[in-house]
Design a protein around this ligand. Structure first.
Ligand code: ATP
Ligand code: PH2
Length: 159
């Protein structure tokens, strides 16, 4: 083990470059298109670029994926200020295999996932049959959401 689904987001600075830093460092086995998304949570902030990737490394457990994401956030110069506020790079661990965790340092699956079209749309693109542990097929979760201001940017490509 383990195979992880990571959600990437950026709305400050070189947004595409920040997302690309994850692809360069972690060499995912699958990467979605890049999506321009309206901010949720705190709405008065710049639009995000979001993408989802699948990474696979038998040597890394779920904590190692969290740490790898946090290191990349630091390298992108991320300053943690406002919850749900603007950031150079956000790496959320969405799932790691079937791991369930209630530890606040690493909640698995990531609890925001069922409500976030900015995660579900790119994830569905690369894993159409994916199931969110405890919640069911992601296609069904997405179908239950209102139209959410998520637009594919065909002009921006990762990797
Ligand atoms: N699955 C997870 N992936 C990433 N971080 C997590 C996860 N579960 C818990 N955390 C914890 O969340 C803390 C805050 O993360 P962060 O500042 O990125 O939150 P946020 O992006 O503003 O909000 P959200 O977590 O709802 O997306 C981190 O310290 C991290 O330990
Ligand atoms: N569209 C969108 N909105 C957000 C995002 C994000 O990645 N995409 N991340 C946030 C901080 O966790 C807050 N709001």
């Amino acid at each position: 083990m383990s195979r992880a689904v990571l959600s990437l987001g950026s709305n400050l600075g070189d947004r595409l470059g920040h997302l690309n830093s994850v692809v360069t460092a972690l060499r995912p086995v699958a990467v979605s298109s890049v999506y321009e998304t309206k901010p949720w949570g705190v709405e008065d902030q710049p639009d995000f670029l979001n993408a989802v990737c699948v990474v696979d490394d038998p040597a890394r457990d779920h904590w190692a994926w969290l740490r790898a994401g946090q290191e990349l956030e630091r390298a992108a110069g991320r300053v943690r200020e406002l919850r749900w506020g603007p950031r150079t790079l956000d790496v959320d661990v969405v799932t790691v295999d079937d791991v369930r965790s209630a530890d606040p340092e690493l909640l698995l699956p990531h609890p925001g996932t069922p409500e976030r079209a900015s995660v579900l749309i790119p994830w569905l693109e690369i894993e159409p049959d994916a199931v969110l542990p405890g919640h069911g097929p992601i296609a069904d979760l997405l179908a239950a959401l209102p139209d959410a201001g998520v637009h594919r940017r065909r002009d921006l490509v990762l990797g």
